[in-house]
Design a protein around this ligand. Structure first.
Ligand SMILES: NC(=O)c1ccc[n+]([C@@H]2O[C@H](COP(=O)([O-])OP(=O)(O)OC[C@H]3O[C@@H](n4cnc5c(N)ncnc54)[C@H](OP(=O)(O)O)[C@@H]3O)[C@@H](O)[C@H]2O)c1
Length: 714
């Protein structure tokens, strides 16, 4: 049996002794903590020499991950005041004949591997996460790897090591700091001064807590773990992922008490027991029976890959947790929205001020209107996000060049990225102006989606539901619906994909648009996909309204009159996707025998909380729901942009939505949700009106028939 002795400068309360099998060999492993006593460690090394097959030296306090020589010097000389300590440790080891290791080689490979493995296995886990490092110097290697996946890095080294109330915000800053040339070090109050100056110390504590609250991932070194976190509670750690090494049970319990969701222990999980990296490397040295200086990175690599030494992921609550993040851009729909906003509501009452406020607000920089929390899929994944508002109403966006809106959207994307969002959606008119998200998606640093695939899906989902509840159209499974349907705004992004999908389901589709050439091109491409549909084109809806059973209006007319509802067939279902609505409330009131619904809003899973967006609780616009579905699915990619939406994407987002328990919200109209009784009343009135129309048609026909002989006689 091989014997591994781990001599740790850490606490003796963590001591253990056990036997195990590793690489087909039997091992006895013993840890002896010296509570920081270097002389005791030295004596132990001598005492156990020859009896141990290899020694691990634990809790050696130097930044083993750094590449920078001067960082080592800085840490030893300036920060930890343990000058010459590393040399001493090395001297201690060199006296021994049994190999001695601090686990440095395994640590270098394993920590980086742990981060890469989790990023891959859990699917973009660290992408654009906000990561807070208690010490970037200690966890330099982890920081380097994480910097490949996110730029949102905060290092607390100046605060904790120098008492300077300032964070480092990039790898470049950390490198400068490590070489002692970062500007932050020039105006440093000494650590001693900082700790005696109560105000500064309190302020530092305050900014540390705030920075931790903003982060989603916190990296804590093994050393001083409890000291670093002693002032942290649920506010700082609740719902967070903590990355650390050698997370003994007491550490996991500590993190659990403070509501931590996930603990990533970068020490490879080789043994049932949690042991330090030095112990594992000592075991590898002893098992391979190689002189220590002949052990290579490749040896370590082979063992890690052959033995599947994955990092340990602990969910303290016992349930896997994952929280992804999104942002979504909204805007005021009209001057009415300013009246609801406390900060400007008073001003809008001044004579003539409303127009001026609308114009000025269009120039305002994006701001966070609301956070959204509590969205939880049955898959266990959660998502949270930010509604970022730009100031322009549709009228103002249309009054400026598209670049005016792009500029604000790119500002919003920057903001979203800083907040840690992994995808950003474009609401309502922000993707109507210009090229429907193409330019913004090319220039933004985070993936963009317009949400139009789910808007189309939601609109047709709602239409199908309304048609079923009205019960005036016969629908037979597997057969095309023998009814007529129309899309107004047919050549638009949502309109064109609605046409494609309706062509799959209905026998006849009427496509109404202002641009004949675009209509012809759309017809040609739809007929290629779906040759068995009859497509009719028109630049005006009116001539055909009285024959339509289902109408979808999806124009960007921004409140202009789009169709004359008085011409519509009784019992017709109109889905108004447009925002602002294409069919105003006063028009809807003219036809109680027509069901006008406000597109398909989506009810979110879980217990979502957010500020009022003019919809019932838990309900959001389909384009926002698309962004949320993609966040839940971890699909941080450009999903829907441009006006040429593929219907396959519409199907895909619909299916993804079902997987995450997205539901069609109760269908509503300008006066709120339609109850079954409301729909029954519309149906009754429609049947009555149709009967009346039939009777008058019959009468007219009869009159015509009667008059014919007269004419003939004449
Ligand atoms: N409910 C939701 O969840 C949701 C989600 C996203 C978008 N929306 C709304 O849906 C609407 C369409 O969005 P989109 O992205 O498809 O926009 P889009 O690609 O710009 O398409 C709009 C279409 O409307 C037509 N149009 C514009 N003004 C018109 C007018 N006065 N009369 C007749 N047609 C007119 C345009 O025709 P031309 O080609 O001739 O210019 C264009 O084909 C917008 O109102 C948007 O705010 C709603």
């Amino acid at each position: 049996m091989k014997q591994i002795i781990s001599i740790s400068l850490g606490s003796s309360s963590d001591d253990y002794e056990f036997e195990c099998e590793f690489l087909d060999q039997q091992f006895r492993v013993k840890r002896i903590g010296t509570d920081g006593d270097v002389d005791k460690a030295s004596n132990l090394l001598q005492e156990w020499d020859y009896k141990a097959d290899a020694f691990g030296l634990g809790s050696v306090k130097f930044p083993y991950t750094t590449d920078s020589k001067s960082m080592l010097k800085k840490v030893t000389d300036q920060v930890y005041k343990v000058e010459g300590y590393i040399d001493k440790v090395k001297r201690l080891g060199s006296k021994n004949t049994s190999p001695v290791t601090t686990g440095n080689r395994l640590r270098n490979v394993a920590f980086e591997w742990a981060i890469r493995h989790i990023q891959f296995k859990l699917g973009q886990y660290f992408t654009n996460s906000r990561v807070f490092f208690v010490s970037g110097m200690y966890n330099y290697r982890i920081a380097r790897v994480l910097s490949e996946f996110t730029e949102n890095l905060t290092f607390a080294d100046p605060v904790l090591e120098n008492g300077v109330p300032k964070f480092l915000g990039s790898m470049k800053d950390l490198d400068l700091y490590s070489t002692g040339v970062h500007a932050v070090l020039k105006w440093v109050p000494s650590k001693r001064f900082a700790s005696s100056a109560m105000v500064l110390r309190d302020w530092n504590q305050y900014i540390l807590r705030k920075a931790m609250q903003r982060a989603s991932i916190i990296v804590v070194p093994y050393y001083n773990f409890f000291q670093y976190l002693e002032n942290c509670g649920v506010e700082e750690l609740g719902g967070k992922t903590v990355i650390t090494t050698t997370a003994y049970d007491d550490r996991i319990a500590f993190l659990k008490d403070r509501g931590v969701d996930v603990v990533i222990d970068t020490t490879p999980k080789i043994l049932e027991r949690v042991v330090g990296v030095n112990v594992l490397e000592a075991m590898i040295i002893a098992a391979l029976n190689k002189p220590q200086d002949e052990l290579t990175d490749d040896d370590i690599l082979e063992i890690i890959s052959n033995y599947k030494m994955d990092p340990r992921i602990v969910y303290p609550s016992g349930e896997p947790r994952r929280v992804n993040r999104f942002a979504f851009v909204i805007h005021p729909l009209s001057q009415e929205d300013f009246k609801k906003e406390k900060s400007v509501a008073m001003l809008t009452k001044l004579p003539g001020a409303a127009n001026l406020i609308e114009r000025v607000m269009a120039y305002s920089p994006p701001f966070i209107y609301s956070t959204i929390t509590g969205v939880k899929s049955p898959t266990g994944v959660e998502t949270e996000g930010w509604l970022i508002s730009v100031g322009g109403t549709p009228k103002q966006m249309l009054a400026h060049s598209p670049e005016f809106t792009y500029k604000r959207l790119l500002q919003a994307a920057k903001m979203a990225k800083r907040l840690g969002a992994q995808i950003m959606g474009l609401g309502a008119f922000t993707k109507v102006v210009g090229d429907a998200g193409l330019t913004v998606s090319k220039k933004a640093d985070i993936p963009i989606t317009t949400g139009n695939s789910y808007s189309a899906s939601g609109a047709l989902w709602a239409a199908a539901d309304a048609v079923r509840r009205m019960g005036l159209i016969e629908v037979q499974r597997g057969q095309k619906i023998k009814a007529k349907t129309m899309v107004v705004g047919a050549t638009g992004a949502i309109g064109s994909v609605c046409c494609r999908l309706l062509a799959l389901a209905f026998e006849e589709v009427y496509m109404v648009g202002r641009n004949m050439a675009k209509l012809l091109a759309l017809k040609e491409s739809i007929l290629q996909e779906t040759p068995d549909v009859q497509i009719n084109l028109s630049t005006r809806p009116e001539p055909y309204l009285e024959d339509m059973d289902v109408i979808v209006t999806t124009t960007s007319g921004a409140g202009k009159k789009i169709l004359d509802i008085t011409h519509v067939k009784p019992g017709c279902v109109i889905t108004d996707v447009a925002r602002p609505l294409d069919i105003p409330a006063k028009d809807v009131a003219k036809r109680p025998d027509v069901l006008v619904i406000e597109s398909g809003e989506i009810e979110l899973p879980g217990n979502p909380e957010m500020k009022n967006i003019g919809l019932p609780p838990k309900v959001v616009y389909a384009c926002l729901a698309e962004t949320i579905v993609l966040a839940l699915e971890g699909r941080f990619e450009i999903f829907t942009v441009g006006r040429d939406i593929e219907w396959q994407k519409v199907k895909e987002i619909y299916k993804m939505g079902l997987k995450h328990d997205m539901r069609l919200a109760a269908i509503s109209g300008v006066n709120g949700v339609y109850s079954d009784e409301d729909i029954a009343r519309v149906r009754e009135l429609a049947i009555e009106a149709r009967k009346k129309m039939q009777t008058s048609d019959d009468t007219m026909n009869a009159e015509e028939n009667v008059s014919e002989p007269d004419e003939a006689t004449a």
